[in-house]
Design a binder for this molecule. Sequence first.
Ligand SMILES: Cc1ncc(COP(=O)(O)O)c(C=O)c1O
Length: 394
Amino acid sequence: MNTIEQFNEHVMQTYGRIGLVMESGHGQTAVGEDGKEYIDFGSGIGTNSLGYCDEDWVNAICDQAHKIQHTSNYYYTKVQADFAKRLCEATGYEKMFFGNSGAEANECAIKLARKYSFDKYGKDAERNIIITLVNSFHGRTLCTLSATGQEVFHNYFFPFVGGFENVIANDIDDLMDKLNKLDNKVCAVMFEFVQGEGGVIPLQQSFVNTIMLECAKRDILTIADEVQTGVGRTGKLLTSELYNVKPDITTLAKGLAGGVPIGVCLANKKCSEVLGKGTHGSTFGGNPISCAGGNAVLDKVTKPEFLEEVRKKSEYFREKLVQIDEVEGVDGLGLMIGVRLKTKKAADVLNKCFENGLLILTAKDKLRFLPPLNISYEQIDKGLAILKKVLDEK
Ligand SMILES: Cc1ncc(COP(=O)(O)O)c(C=O)c1O
């Protein structure tokens, strides 16, 4: 029995997988069990932020594993304290909570927002509605699925968690209408600056400004889900910096620890004390090895010259993409790139690219690229040459 057959016999079939068994990786290259190499423009959905097995990152993880791999959250570790301090200082947030994934980071944000209103306005006020956006994606737990504004996800698992209302992204009138209708019942507005799974669609500045302004007026918390957009992905440490706003809460995961599980919920001073003893927790949250990986990522992504390079590479990527005939347009921000095609099907292009040694992603009907943040120009050229060949084929 080969690896794929063995896997499929024992693992629930919740993913449509590609027939590649990855054995190892180095830099921006993944290596299959059969020795075949692939340029990776997906980086594990934006998670291997420094590529495969970056040497400093590997050393940080291995050193930590030699010291202590886990302790319950009844104790402290220095590596956690260091990571938390560095992340809060780099992002300008007051405090954070440690989880292990994007969904967990968002669960924390949702609990925090509801308790903020509960503490301040009382249970009877029922100020617990969270507005999220149509076409959003916030995770796969029952609560974050309920928050996700896509009907396709609201099936099978009834009853879903109540208290979520959707507003059309970039529709200021719809936002104002819902805020006015749900007067005094809303505790938070939650959004992605760029809807990733939804098709790599950035929010407009005016829409973000309206969210920030109206929420501040009404004492509604703003939650930025930066699970995919955060940690340098768009050329700033946080995408909120690009929009020049500071949400009350920001969630991060994916690339934050370079490929080991982590998810954090960052809160500003206004709401950083809301979750007190016994209100939230996670056995693995703040795992020392993840924190060591996180420190190695922060060493690089907090440097202005690193972020400048992300911006330059993004421009380079885009300039080359628009030169391909089949490309209708390029969306997204930084190294979070969506490509609209004129005639071809994104899924077919993905398969053809795979056959030719290039790993890419799709989002809705677009091609999607989330390459490692430190991808080299050489690898961009090589990968895009494969893509061009596939797209030029008649
Ligand atoms: C914006 C956003 N939020 C949350 C999640 C869920 O993250 P995780 O799969 O780590 O739970 C994702 C995953 O794609 C995401 O893109």
